[in-house]
Every structure is written in structure tokens, then in C-alpha cells.
Design a protein around this ligand. Structure first.
Ligand code: CA
Length: 708
């Protein structure tokens, strides 16, 4: 037998073994994960360790995508945002919904195999800056792993959905949350957390997949007490990070720098890459006296997966002051740059620049802005540092920032096609007025960002409002990472659109805020197919082959940070239950119209309050804007202008002070708002509901703000 024939026989045997694996056994091991990039399944969050989100499947292609139709669908019991990418392993599709619930389906028929609800307390929603979302599971050797909003990491039996072990990864007396998908590397489950707007100290932990025992932890900001943690980060903190922090509020807030989303792994180099978030407070003057780079805020970190040992870091935004996280999607690829084969890492973080790094060393190869950037004109390739615009740090005067805190690109996954060589980036332009919060004082458990959100109430002048609206854009950009230039773009009607999938069929799939799922020609951007989803889409699609047919799956459900913080700028529709849609060629299934609950009409003309409207305006924009929209324009989290509780001072106080809606995610604000101020809030919202002229912007006072 020749070597070739032997190889063929072995690979046939391997594929037969694959066919014989029982459905639902979740038998993902290292060998399968290492081969995940080229196979017909979807074994981890970004498909494979490189996180390219490109499937080689080509049965659905430019020639026949017009025949793509619904194969099956599933409807969920939550109407909050849906950000998960489903996995497909051995004929079973696993996904998560908001509130960290996990579901398993027969991937061909859609029949539900099991469901798991970790029963996260509704009041925990208060600690989630950007909705009660979850981005998905990891699978390893018969177990499905989910991180829950309240900080647990839970291992479920892949066949039954029953818990095998559960461990609390965070201190639940602090406002930590988990929304990201775990990843499994060499038998360890890696999970980070979020909460940097509120004030937490970021870290990532690795747990033994079999037992749930912690293997290592790496802190991404120094210990405010100056003590060693007995953690994998101790050495590099002492050698590099501690000295980059100065006196400031970080000693109370913990500094932020949370690891809430991106991870990727290079098995040959044996390095795991992590994206690290913004500092707390955002405002560098308040956080660290305006001094120091504040490692590892807004950095890409390279660690050894066995031990958590530090390898290298690259800080995208030294001394970050704008909520410019570097938690955005990290992907690995092998590119030819100036005639040389380079192993690169690519990221389009919130700050608006597209970075190409050598992933062995962390050396910056190139960086260029992929969206307009007002805070920096470029990146110095010698030092790797941004060339900042004078005044961008809003030390003495407000600065209009582009990007704003929602970023030029947020968590919505990109995709890279090795066929076209292009990275497909869901981008947005969302300007924001950065204003120093002169009265900033740390408030435990509240938003602690050190920028004054009163300046981000919508302008009352219609011309100014129109000018602002014209600046807000959502765009799918096909980007050449070698030439650092845009190749094509699709302009969407709104910002805050969905993640992306690339396929061997020469297609790019993306959903959008208007409630549509599209397929484009990957080389040219020509729109080839679309489907009306009936609700906004933010999640990334995935694809798999089963029984000789290719399927494309997508979680549907508006929500997340952009929807919550700027609902008035999004399509106006009620909150609708989440849905999983699965398509195939010739699919004939029909998903019913979404049930729409009738909003009781409120006769606003009869409403009265003796509260102080002007003070209510200030209190509102400091505490409520982030979830209910500037000027109470929220039409997603309950539209306060039309809320029946607005009619009753008692019911209003019940929700705001006594927490009567806590089980639905609206915790009591008694820690932050007095009963008198609650009535001022009601007076203000009534004035908005009546269409009264807005009060003049009051000076910032009291505590820190809340918003995006
Ligand atoms: Ca943030």
C-alpha cells in the first residue's frame, strides 16, 4: 500500500468513526478541535481556534442561494437580546439565549433534545451594562460549558443537559457578569467576565474541564492594595503593569480591564490570545490622575494556556479614556505581507483602528483606521502608539468623539475568507460627547465612568438633531488586511447590526437591525438573497452540513448595548421573543408572525406630578439613560413615556425604590435615588410624555452618570 493510499484509508476510517459517533455525545477532543477549521461542523464559538468564522462548505453558493429557505425554527421564552453563535456537533445544535439558558436540538429536524435554565435572578440584570445576553457554549469530551450572567461556570452533560459541576468564578457581592462564550484549550475551560462600567477588577480563569477545579487565574489590572495575588499575573504585574498606574479612583473601582469576549488560540505556538476591556472609570484623569498607560487596559494579551504565564501584550489605547475596549473579535490567519509569510493576529477594536500583529512576538505590522477616528490621526508603527488629537482627552473642554463608547466595531463577530483574503467587519459610526464629570465620586455598584452623560441628551434643536442623526451609521465593510484598505461596503439603514459568516460558497451572511438576514457575494458585496426575520438581528450566523445538506443557522433577537442605550435611534418595534432560524436550500418551513402584546393606552394629558422636572432630567440622565434612552425615548426596555406605572406615584415608587419589578431585571435604585428624586424622575418623564419642551441642561452634580 502506498503512503497515499494508507493516508486515504486512514482518513476514510476516521470519517466513518465520525459517522458512528452517537448524536448528542459531544465527543469533542483536541484532535477534532485542531481540525475544526476545515470541517463541516461548528465546534467552538468562532468555529475553530483561529476564530476566522469561515466554513469551507459550498453547497450553498452564489448560484443557488436564491433558493435558501427556512428548514426549521425554534422560539424562546425571553425577549432580551440574542447574541449567541450556536455550535453543531455530531448532529446536535447547541445554543444559548439571554439569561444564560442553554438549548440542544436535533440539527436536522429541529426537535428539542433538552433545555437548561440556570435560573439567574432577574435583579442581576442591573449589573449587566449591555443587556442580559449570552454568546454561547463550549463543548469538550461529553460536556457543554456555559458561563452565566451571575458569574457561574456550569458543565452540563451533552446528552441530557443535566449539570455535572458548577463553580462560582466571581465574587457575587461585586457587579461582575459573564456574557461571553467559554473556550476549551487542552482540557481547560477559559472564562473571563465583565462589569468595567460599574467598577470591578478584570481577570480570566482556567478550570479543569473534568472537575471544575481552578487551574490558574490571570488578573488584567493590578491589585489596588499592592499585594501579590498568588496568581499567574503576579510576575508581570510587578515587572511591567503596577508602575503604569498612578493615584486615582482605580484603587476604589478595581480599574476595570475585563476580559469579556475575545479569545483565540495558536496550537503551534501554544499561545492563547485575549482581548482586554476599558478602564474604570473611563476618564483617565479620574482613574489614574491622567498618568500612565494603565496596563492591561485596552490590550491584546498573549498567555500560555497551561499555566497562564505572560508571553506578550500589545496595548491598542494606552491610558484609555473613552471606553475603547480591545475585547473585540480576535482572529488568527497566515498572510503574505511584503512577500513574507506572516502568522498574524487581527483585531478591529472599538477605537476605530484595524491592527495586524505578528502573533508570535506581538510586534505591530500595520494599523489603519477602518472608520472615521477623531481621537487619533494614526498609529506610529515604530512605537506602536496612537497619534492622539490634542484635546481628545476632554481635560479642559468637551470633545466630540468618533468612535463613541459603542465603538467603530463592538462584539459582533467579523469573518475572514481565505478565498478572498478579506475581513468582513460589522462597523458603525456613533458619535459621543465626552465631558469630564467634575463632580465624579465613586458610588459602589453604580456606573462609575467619570464622564458626564448630561451632554448626551438629544438636542432639542431639530437641525442639530438631524445633523447628529446623519452622523450615525451602520456599515458592513469588506477590508483587505494586507493593503489596509476597504474593498467594498454595504450601508445599512441603522447602526448596531449583526455578526458575520463567510463560506466556501463565496458568500458572506449578515443580519441587520431592520429585521433582515442577507447573503452577499464575498468578492463584490452584491446582495444575492434576503429573508425578513421580523425582529432585529445582532448575532452572527453559523453553518454546518448534515445528511448531505448545508444548513445556515441564526439567532434572532434585538438587544445588547446599542439597542439599550440608544433605542430612539433603532427600529421602533416592541420587544419580541428570541428565535433560532435554520435555513437550507429548498427549505419550506414558515415561521409564524411574532405575537405582539397590546400596549395599554395611557392618557398622558391627565398625568400630574409635583416633582421637580429639571432635577428629574438630571437624575434621569445620570441613572436611567443607559437602559431607557436619552430623553426617555426608550422603546425597547419599557418605554417610560407610555408606561402605565407613570400614572401612579405609588406604583412608580414601587418600581424605582422598592424593586417591585426586580424579577424582570429592573432592580431597586434606592441605593442611588431618594424617594423625592424618584418623584422628580416621574415629573420629568411625564413632561417628556406630554411633549413638553426639554428643560435646559442642568450642571452635573451628585454622582457619576449612566449610559452606553
Ligand atoms: Ca465598556
Amino acid at each position: 500500500m502506498t503512503i497515499f493510499k494508507l493516508g486515504l484509508a486512514l482518513s476514510l476510517a476516521a470519517s466513518m468513526a465520525a459517522c458512528q459517533r452517537p448524536a448528542g455525545s459531544g465527543g469533542v477532543d483536541e484532535k477534532r478541535l485542531l481540525a475544526a477549521e476545515g470541517n463541516a461542523e461548528w465546534l467552538s464559538y468562532g468555529k475553530s481556534y483561529s476564530e476566522q468564522r469561515h466554513s469551507p462548505l459550498d453547497k450553498v453558493n452564489a448560484g443557488n442561494v436564491a433558493q435558501l429557505g427556512l428548514a426549521w425554527y425554534a422560539q424562546f421564552d425571553t425577549d432580551r437580546g440574542q447574541e449567541a453563535t450556536p455550535l453543531m456537533v455530531d448532529g446536535v445544535l447547541y445554543t444559548t439565549t439571554a439569561w444564560s439558558k442553554v438549548y440542544a436540538y436535533d440539527a436536522k429536524t429541529g426537535q428539542q433534545k433538552w433545555a437548561f435554565d440556570p435560573k439567574v435572578a432577574g435583579a442581576k440584570g442591573f449589573d449587566a451594562c449591555c443587556d442580559t445576553v449570552n454568546r454561547g457554549v463550549a463543548i469538550w469530551k461529553g460536556k457543554v460549558f456555559v458561563g452565566t450572567l451571575d458569574g457561574r461556570l456550569i458543565a452540563l452533560d451533552a446528552g441530557s443537559g443535566k449539570p455535572v459541576w458548577s463553580t462560582q468564578t466571581t465574587d457575587n457581592s461585586k457587579p461582575y457578569t459573564i456574557t461571553g462564550a467559554p473556550r476549551v484549550i487542552k482540557g481547560k475551560v477559559l472564562i473571563g467576565n465583565g462589569g468595567a462600567e460599574y467598577g470591578v477588577r478584570g481577570y480570566i480563569s482556567a478550570y479543569d474541564a473534568a472537575t471544575g477545579k481552578m487551574a490558574w487565574r490571570f488578573y488584567t489590572a493590578p491589585n489596588p492594595t499592592g499585594a501579590a495575588d498568588g496568581a499567574a499575573s503576579d510576575k508581570v504585574m510587578a515587572e511591567k503593569a503596577n508602575a503604569t498606574w498612578s493615584d486615582g479612583a482605580w484603587k476604589q473601582t478595581g480599574g476595570g480591564a475585563t476580559v469579556w469576549d475575545a479569545m483565540a488560540y495558536d496550537p503551534a505556538l501554544d499561545i492563547v490570545y485575549l482581548g482586554v476591556g476599558n478602564g474604570t472609570p473611563w476618564n483617565h484623569m479620574k482613574r489614574s490622575g491622567g498618568k500612565g498607560d494603565n496596563l492591561f487596559v485596552s490590550s491584546i494579551l498573549a498567555l500560555k494556556p497551561d499555566t497562564g504565564a505572560y508571553v506578550w501584550h500589545y496595548q491598542t489605547t494606552p491610558g484609555e479614556s473613552w471606553d475603547y475596549t480591545a475585547t473585540q473579535h480576535i482572529m488568527l490567519a497566515d498572510l503574505t505581507i511584503e512577500g513574507q509569510a506572516r502568522k498574524v493576529l487581527m483585531q478591529a477594536p472599538k477605537n476605530g483602528f484595524f491592527y495586524v500583529l505578528d502573533r508570535a512576538t506581538g510586534q505591530l505590522i500595520s494599523a489603519k483606521n477602518y472608520v472615521p477616528t477623531s481621537w487619533a490621526s494614526g498609529v506610529d508603527l515604530k512605537t506602536g502608539r496612537p497619534i492622539e488629537t490634542p484635546g481628545a482627552r476632554y481635560e479642559t473642554a468637551p470633545a466630540l468623539g468618533l468612535p463613541g463608547p459603542l465603538g467603530g466595531h463592538n462584539w459582533q463577530p467579523m469573518a475572514f475568507s481565505p478565498k478572498t483574503g478579506l475581513v468582513y467587519i460589522p462597523t458603525q459610526a456613533t458619535p459621543f460627547a465626552y465631558v469630564d464629570d467634575k463632580a465624579f465620586a465613586y458610588r459602589p455598584g453604580a456606573w462609575n465612568v467619570g464622564t458626564d452623560f448630561l451632554a448626551n441628551a438629544l438636542p432639542t434643536d431639530q437641525a442639530q438633531l438631524a445633523a447628529l442623526m446623519a452622523m450615525i451609521k451602520g456599515t458592513l465593510i469588506a477590508y483587505d488586511p494586507v493593503a489596509q484598505k476597504e474593498v467594498w461596503r454595504v450601508q445599512h439603514p441603522h447602526f448596531w447590526n449583526a455578526g458575520v459568516l463567510s463560506t466556501g460558497g463565496g458568500l458572506v451572511f449578515q443580519g441587520a437591525a431592520q429585521g433582515e438576514f442577507m447573503a452577499y457575494d464575498a468578492a463584490k458585496g452584491t446582495r444575492l438573497w434576503s429573508y425578513k426575520t421580523g425582529n432585529g438581528v445582532i448575532a452572527a450566523p453559523m453553518t454546518y452540513e448534515l445528511g448531505g445538506e448545508q444548513y445556515v443557522a441564526l439567532m434572532v433577537g434585538a438587544g445588547g448595548g446599542g439597542q439599550i442605550s440608544a433605542p430612539g435611534l433603532m427600529p421602533q418595534r416592541p420587544r419580541l421573543p428570541g428565535r433560532l432560524l435554520v435555513f437550507k436550500l429548498g427549505g419550506k418551513a414558515v415561521a409564524p408572525a411574532f405575537p405582539v402584546s397590546e400596549q395599554p393606552t395611557l392618557d398622558v394629558a391627565t398625568l400630574t406630578s409635583t416633582g421637580d422636572v429639571k432635577h428629574g432630567f438630571a437624575v434621569y440622565h445620570q441613572n436611567c439613560q443607559v437602559c431607557h434612552g436619552p430623553n426617555a425615548t426608550g422603546a425597547w426596555l419599557p418605554n417610560l413615556r407610555a408606561s402605565p406605572i407613570l400614572a401612579s406615584a405609588e406604583a412608580w415608587k414601587g418600581v424605582v425604590i422598592d424593586g417591585t419589578s426586580a424579577s424582570r431585571g429592573m432592580a431597586s435604585f434606592a441605593r442611588f435615588v431618594t424617594p423625592k428624586e424618584a418623584e422628580d424622575l416621574r415629573a420629568y418623564v411625564i413632561s417628556e410624555a406630554k411633549g413638553a419642551a426639554l428643560p435646559a441642561v442642568a450642571p452635573a452634580k451628585g454622582g457619576p452618570a449612566a449610559a452606553t
